[in-house]
Unconditional design. Structure first.
Length: 111
């Protein structure tokens, strides 16, 4: 089943990294799919485009992260995702940029 992740907050130095938007992503398997929220280069992004890919590491809650930045380029570096099921958050960490983005799991409506 797909999981939706909505941008929550960030920790970054604006001199080295700026978030490209307040993203809404859907996680299908290990792929993070863009849904909405791009600000930087917003004309490039369309719903359904690949925004990132997670690779399991064998450590609970941690995955390697391949991330596509606002300009459509893959970010280099040892990026990773840290998922905290207790709080319903996922933090995407970009060590070479000194930045992280945090997302909150969006629970499906119980209408």
């Amino acid at each position: 089943a797909a999981v939706k992740w909505r941008y929550l907050d960030r920790d970054n130095d604006p001199k080295t990294a700026l978030p490209g938007g307040r993203y809404l992503l859907t996680q299908v398997g290990y792929e993070l799919i863009y849904i909405d929220g791009a600000v930087t280069n917003s004309g490039y992004w369309r719903p359904g485009m690949l925004k990132g890919r997670l690779t399991p590491t064998g450590f609970s809650g941690y995955s390697k992260l391949e991330w596509i930045d606002a300009t459509g380029r893959r970010l280099p570096g040892e990026n990773y995702a840290e998922r905290d099921d207790a709080s319903g958050t996922m933090r995407l960490v970009f060590p070479s940029l000194g930045a992280s983005l945090r997302f909150a799991r969006e629970e499906p409506r119980q209408d």
